[in-house]
Design a protein around this ligand. Structure first.
Ligand code: GLC
Length: 744
């Protein structure tokens, strides 16, 4: 493999074996695979590299008749969007009973944040900073998906993004590589568990490799172009963390990256994944991404597209059938080595063997487990807990929140007040009909003693100018003791193929809020936001006394929001993606560089705008509480460290308010001088701490030399002596600071 000219040699950084298999188990499985591989024909091998979708049409689950023929003939290795114990068993029988070697199918599905019990969207889960909660959510998703016959989930989605115009930020972990890496680890562990043969675990899939979150102008599927330095410092770390946790598969990205479509880029799949990281799992394309090489203009027809993808290291072809149609001829002509085919098939069969499918193809298709393991009360309770923890209190002037329960009338105004469409758009087999709307959650919380008035008031449809419902909404608000404004986006507005150039509240929602707030005077008005991306909330923030970011909370949405609004849960969420004042600031992120003319060095000649501040409306790590937390006595146990010494950093956290609360204490570092520019802040650690009113606790953090490493201009990880600033506090913009020195 000749090294692409633009990738200097980088020291190998081996990842774990898929599923964190032990070397002994890995050898056992590879022996099983070899004995099967040597009996396979070329056509059967190519079949294993082929994946098609099932059609879950109105007549019930099915696959097209031509795919059924291919399955019978052993020309399909995987089917996605297939689930139900019966349907997966039926499909499996087609393959096992009819094909010559009876190799079982691998069933994949997008179980992004829950299978039937739907958890908050991933950007919301990330805002909980509760890694155990995120892992538990992934495990419950795996339990339910596996109970329905699924083997493999196309998650975690690990695309770092700094651009809220891109709709898929909803599916991701936010803007910080280190936090995203912790979340990736939790998600992979939750999905894959400790035993791939267990029937409550799934194979995971780190996607989309790579750089998809950096599409130009936030426009879906658009071009991506960045330095190797930025790719490796910002966008790749979460993928490395996922593979270090044993993630078994990787999915390619749709976008071109630095002039090559990701799906045909040997730098990504040969150089980085295989040479540097020694990844032993397999790579699947995104949907028809091989065919799309023709549209990118790098392939003149299916044959060249298939050749480029397979020779770039892509093992399985999702949906377009180009491998099935073209690889046989490419091998016969010598343009693709059969050894490359064997390599891809080994990786795919290894995953099937590790899941126990070669021994028992039907182990996951169990009707009884399906009947008893899905949407249980325990799963709903877990979803409710994580939903509460994901919510971020953005503003709470005059302590409007928590709302008093001693009210007789409550008005719920806005397009999201009485809808069950609050589970997010990638909701697998989740059913909005089984979700708790805000109105239902409030009714559950308040009982019949409080009169609930409800009106949409305005539409949240993009482009709507209809204000005809506002008068009625205002009239209801005037009758009530308190008002909840339920505003936000439609689920389909933050999703794949859902970029928005204008990220304000769609429709006339702001006008509705303005009219209601003006009309009710000093009555309590709480705004609850249901959305999938950071919105431009500057105008709303100027008039709304209290704002709670609820994201799309999932199956238990209404109950979780009610828990927070009435103080049964004190909000503890912290943003993992910056909320800009204006979309004109985007890309806007906390871990930016200082520049040579940072704001403040000169009234005019500085990096700033003429018309708005540089700062975001709400920064990374921000989130309020119903209580107050104070940081004091930041203390470093030594002024400098050298060699393998660790620095102990202590800070006292006090709950100085009246309520029990949970704070996410965040530790940031700044490398003040290095051989390359370094971010003004980098998250390096955090602690999620619950304190009773008046309680103080001394928190201890440790910093070691390896946490100070960075990628230098030659793309080598290095640690450089010098001064560092520590910041510990409640967000990326607030906290106690101190300095230390790293000696030679
Ligand atoms: C979609 C998405 C990808 C998903 C795949 C299968 O286009 O980009 O994330 O896993 O197709 O649904």
């Amino acid at each position: 493999m000749t090294r692409p000219h633009y990738a200097p040699a980088i020291a190998p950084q081996p990842t774990a074996l898929p599923f964190e298999l032990s070397p002994i188990r890995y050898r056992e499985l590879t022996a099983q695979v070899e004995s099967l591989l040597e009996r396979m024909t070329l056509e059967e091998k190519i079949g294993q590299m082929t994946q098609f979708t099932s059609n879950r049409d109105t007549t019930g689950p099915s696959v097209g008749s031509d795919i059924e023929q291919d399955i019978r003939a052993g020309r399909v290795g995987s089917v996605f969007n297939a689930f139900d114990a019966d349907f997966t068993r039926e499909l499996q029988q087609l393959a096992v009973d009819n094909s010559r070697l009876g190799i079982p199918l691998l069933f994949g599905y997008d179980i992004i944040h829950g299978f039937r019990t739907i958890f908050p969207i991933p950007l919301g889960q990330a805002a909980s900073w509760n890694l155990d909660g995120i892992e538990r959510a992934a495990h419950i998703a795996a339990t339910e998906g596996a109970a329905a016959g699924v083997h493999w989930s196309f998650t975690p989605m690990l695309d770092i993004s700094r651009d809220p115009r891109w709709g898929r930020v909803m599916e991701g972990p936010g803007e910080d590589p280190w936090l995203a890496s912790q979340i990736a680890t939790a998600q992979v562990r939750g999905l894959q568990g400790h035993d791939p043969e267990a029937t409550d675990t799934l194979a995971a899939c780190a996607k989309h490799f790579a750089g998809y979150g950096a599409v130009e102008a936030g426009r879906e599927y658009n071009t991506v172009d960045m330095s190797q330095w930025r790719l490796r410092s910002v966008y790749l770390p979460p993928f490395k963390a996922a593979l270090d946790a044993g993630c078994a598969t990787v999915m390619t990205a749709f976008n071109s990256l630095n002039g090559l479509p990701a799906t045909a880029d040997p730098l990504l799949f040969e150089r980085i994944l295989r040479d540097e990281w020694q990844f032993q799992g397999f790579v699947v394309t995104d949907y028809t991404a091989i065919m799309e090489l023709e549209r990118h203009g790098v392939a003149d027809g299916a044959r060249q597209a298939a050749k480029k993808a397979v020779n770039a290291g892509v093992d399985m072809d999702m949906q377009d059938g180009y491998y099935l149609d073209e690889l046989g001829g490419l091998v016969e002509s010598g343009e693709v080595a059969e050894a490359r085919i064997d390599q891809a098939v080994r990786r795919i069969l290894l995953v099937k063997a590790a899941l126990g499918l070669l021994e028992d193809p039907y182990r996951y298709s169990d009707r009884e487990r399906e009947r008893t393991s899905i949407l249980t009360d325990a799963h709903r309770q877990a979803a409710r807990e994580l939903a509460r923890e994901s919510m971020v209190l953005l503003k709470n002037d005059e302590q409007v929140l928590p709302l008093s329960k001693d009210i007789s009338t409550l008005a719920v105004i806005g397009p999201l007040g009485n809808t069950q469409e609050v589970i997010g758009s990638w909701h697998a087999d989740g059913d909005a009909e089984q979700a708790i709307s805000l109105m239902t959650g409030l009714r559950n919380r308040l009982g019949d003693g409080v009169e609930l008035l409800q009106a949409e008031g305005a539409s949240n449809e993009i482009g709507s100018t209809d204000t005809s419902g506002i008068d009625e909404a205002v009239r209801l608000a005037e009758q009530a003791d308190a008002v909840i404004l339920a505003l936000g986006e439609r689920q389909e507005y933050a999703d794949e193929a859902a970029s928005r150039a204008d990220i304000r509240l769609p429709g006339m929602q702001l006008e509705l809020a303005r009219r209601v707030i003006e009309a009710v005077g000093d009555k309590p008005v709480a705004t609850v936001l249901f959305n999938g991306r950071p919105l431009e909330l500057t105008d709303l923030e100027a008039i709304a006394p209290a704002m709670l970011e609820a994201w799309w909370p999932g199956s238990e949405a209404g109950n979780a929001v009610a828990d927070v609004l009435f103080g049964d849960y004190n909000p503890s969420g912290k943003l993992t993606m910056t909320f800009p004042r204006s979309v004109g600031q985007v890309p806007l992120y906390y871990n930016h560089f200082n520049t040579g003319r940072p704001k403040g060095v000169d009234p005019k000649y500085a990096s700033q705008y003429l018309d708005i501040p540089n700062t975001p409306l709400y920064p990374f790590g921000f989130g309020l509480s119903y209580t107050e937390f104070e940081y004091s006595r930041l203390d470093l146990d030594r002024p400098s460290i050298s060699g393998e010494q660790a620095l102990s950093i202590r800070v006292t956290l006090t709950n100085s308010g009246e309520r029990r609360g949970t704070e996410v204490a965040q530790l940031y570092l700044r490398d003040l001088t290095a051989s390359v520019v370094r971010p003004v802040r980098e998250l390096k650690d955090f602690q999620r701490v619950t304190l009773e009113p008046g309680e103080s606790r001394t928190l201890t953090f440790w910093i070691t030399r390896d946490q100070l490493a960075f990628l230098d201009a030659e793309l080598a990880m290095r640690v450089q002596p010098g001064r560092f600033e520590v910041q510990i506090g409640s967000s990326s913009e607030a906290g106690q600071t101190a300095e230390f020195v790293l000696e030679e």
